[in-house]
Write a protein that binds this ligand. Structure first.
Ligand SMILES: [Zn+2]
Length: 99
């Protein structure tokens, strides 16, 4: 059995996995990890004030404001973020929280 050409490109698969995880909520962020019993706390590692969800980190968190402004500007909604996939992946790569 041969792999689809896209599956040979592991960096692309890794990026797609991150995007799907962020959209579905099944990512390595604390809110999800606490639901499945991997961590004790759902709180955001940057601000410790809200649950660490994709929406919180990409739109609201005051602990990652500088990185968000560099890669995403000032997005108001998740569709705003998803319209800039390169910026979104750069933002998460900079944080290193989805590795
Ligand atoms: Zn936060």
């Amino acid at each position: 059995m041969t792999l689809l050409p896209v599956l040979r490109n592991i960096p692309l698969v890794s990026k797609l996995r991150k995007v799907v995880g962020l959209i579905t909520g099944h990512s390595s962020l604390n809110r999800h990890l606490s639901i499945i019993g991997v961590t004790d706390s759902p709180l955001c590692r940057a601000c410790m004030e809200e649950n660490e969800t994709p929406t919180h980190v990409m739109l609201e968190c005051t602990g990652v404001t500088e990185q968000r402004e560099i890669y995403l500007g000032s997005p108001a909604t998740i569709p705003d973020v998803l319209s800039n996939l390169g910026g979104m992946l750069g933002f998460w790569n900079e944080l290193g929280w989805l590795e």
